[in-house]
Design a protein around this ligand. Sequence first.
Ligand code: KIV
Length: 279
Amino acid sequence: MSSHTSPGTGGTGRKPVTLNALRELHARGEPVAMVTCYDASFAVACDEAGADSLLVGDSLGMVVQGHASTLPVTLEQVAYHTACVARVKPAAWLIADLPFGSYQEGTAQAVRSSVALMQAGAQMVKLEGGGWTPELVRALVERGIPVCGHLGLTPQSVHALGGYRIQGRTEDGAATLVRHARELRDAGAAMVVLELMPTAVAQQVQAAVPEVITIGIGAGNVTAGQVLVLQDLLGLTRGRLPRFVRNFMEGAGSLDAALKAYVAAVKDRSFPDNAIHGY
Ligand code: KIV
């Protein structure tokens, strides 16, 4: 995209990725490559690299806004970034995060907030947590809004969890994750992000809900797909990175090459390497 391209005339010429297309990828065992994205320029770059899905994550609170957590991010801000990404008409399936405080009050608030994100251009919304969320998921799915769940480390609950810690390490913890995944599936969630858990636990979860497209981040090489935060995979994040991150800029030579290397490594399952990136 040149900076002179009119908004709305972008697009990379790829066939649009639908939810059915993602289900077909999963059914034939082809990993789904997802990356977070918050603006138009990167949306084109990620789309051209062949990403199957873009996630306007509330991680934008950290990597765009400079906050220490995702908690300060508002619905209006996620809607704004979703619109920035959607405007270039990426072929990739576009998911937007329901931020903290936009669904915790219950079904009516979750529906209202999700409608705002869908009107901004999202094709699916993502919400965190299990146990209390299936009721919301059911209400959204019944109203035509596809939903992605998010289990394991749920960053909006960082204070309740006592930090960014690996989840599901005990037998009880693993069993709870499996139960929550089944409940999300039964409520209609088509996809579930599994964040920061032992590879063996992610494997148990995927086996318990084989039809659900599980997307791992710090969950090993056993999920139906992978997601990374864009700034992490491009080596832009300073300080100590979690072990599950790989800097795809190393040896890539250009941003476009790094993004393509990420997509290729997810597709051929060379990323993540359980021995290096797994728990
Ligand atoms: O907000 C985000 O970027 C996310 C991913 C890390 C899954 O939720």
